[in-house]
Write a protein that binds this ligand. Structure first.
Ligand SMILES: [Zn+2]
Length: 146
């Protein structure tokens, strides 16, 4: 089987060699307790550098959304696509594409779960896995495409 690698190891940790399970990573401030998505050198709330990497929840709620008709040139998935800003129980919001959902079904407050998708294949044949959101109840399987 081809190797699967995280698109960004500072934001998404793959938990198994097949890259079918993963968890989002955040940074928690030991001074004020604020949690942010991904790495940060200083706490954006209190500027403390007393920071710890933490694993974030795999579920959240849609806080905002938009439909992208003109993606950046790095985007390899289908167009148009739904881009959702999802609020996690720990506080941070995580912006990513929404998969397995008809555009008309997207709602503010909708519960969503983490989904992993192969975003692209690199020059060495590795499958690059990206984080996406999916409606709760849809299959979690790691498929091709966006
Ligand atoms: Zn802080």
């Amino acid at each position: 089987m081809d190797r699967r690698l995280s698109l960004s190891s500072e934001h998404l940790r793959l938990l198994d060699p097949e890259g079918t399970e993963g968890v989002l990573l955040g940074t928690r401030c030991g001074q004020c307790g604020v949690t942010v998505f991904g790495p940060t050198a200083l706490c954006p709330h209190c500027t403390s550098d007393e920071l710890t990497q933490v694993e974030l929840s795999r579920h959240g709620q849609v806080w905002s959304y938009t439909f992208v008709h003109t993606p950046t040139k790095e985007w390899k998935g289908e167009v148009p696509y739904a881009l959702v800003d999802v609020e996690l129980p720990e506080g941070p919001r995580v912006l990513a594409a929404l998969v397995d959902c008809r555009f008309g079904d997207v709602r503010i407050g909708m519960p969503v779960a983490l989904a992993l998708r192969v975003a692209e294949v690199d020059g060495d044949g590795n499958q690059i896995v990206a984080y996406r959101w999916r409606p709760v109840g849809s299959p979690a399987s790691l498929g091709a495409g966006q």
